[in-house]
Ligand binder design. Sequence first.
Ligand code: GUN
Length: 282
Amino acid sequence: MTATMIDGKAFAAGLRARVAEGAARIFAEAGRRPGLAVVLVGDDPASSVYVRSKGKATVAAGMESFEHRLPASTGEAELLALVAQLNADPAVDGILVQLPLPKHIDERAVITSIDPEKDVDGFHPVNAGRLATGLEGFVPCTPYGCLMLIKDQLGDLAGRDAVVIGRSNIVGKPMAQLLIRESCTVTVAHSRTHDLPDVVRRADIVVAAVGRPAMVKPDWVKPGATLIDVGINRTDAGLVGDIDPACAEVAGAMTPVPGGVGPMTIACLLRNTLVSASRRLG
Ligand code: GUN
């Protein structure tokens, strides 16, 4: 079997176009554009590129982008003061503080200082709790984007066996919650899991988010399974995902790297910002 390659880039473009229509409607009705504030502390090159892409995509979707670039020496109190200012600003519907933050800043303190109603990253414990208990809130963008691709591929997911590799707060845990919400039977695997190949072999759906180049091998994959690769590993051979591309010989469908999950993250961020603006405008 040769897997269908899931075109995340095209799916994300469609989602961004729908978000742009929604943003235009809000502008026509409320006289203001949905606004997203992105905060970057320090000059990490990868983060800087992400922040620039987010700003560009925000403007392209007909939304207002507020970019705050602060020096690496910025203190925690100063960052918390900026977040407080953005929480209070009626033009700001979404706030994203780019992670990782410099070591001297407590990431948790910053995330919990964001108004949960503007937390378009879905990282605030209130939104994590809402997701876990079935309440409406913001869902982290990367797992949400993965779920959209999986549902587009498979339709109803009820009863499917899903394995999520990785247990981070940003991807693994919310991904597992989303798949539980879809009535999948979910296993969360991680670095201490015994016999990972055997665990993966049972899965109809595999989401890999560990940051290990080409870790998932073809002989781990159930024939016909849907494979979602969240990994973006920079190697001498270029960008490599967590799933060995040779798995395409066994899988039913899989996301490429790049062009799979990556473009979905920003598209979902714009979608969350639009939803925030709609909620806030009542
Ligand atoms: N750093 C890498 N990915 C993300 C993300 O989705 N949100 C934030 N805030 N920081 C990140």
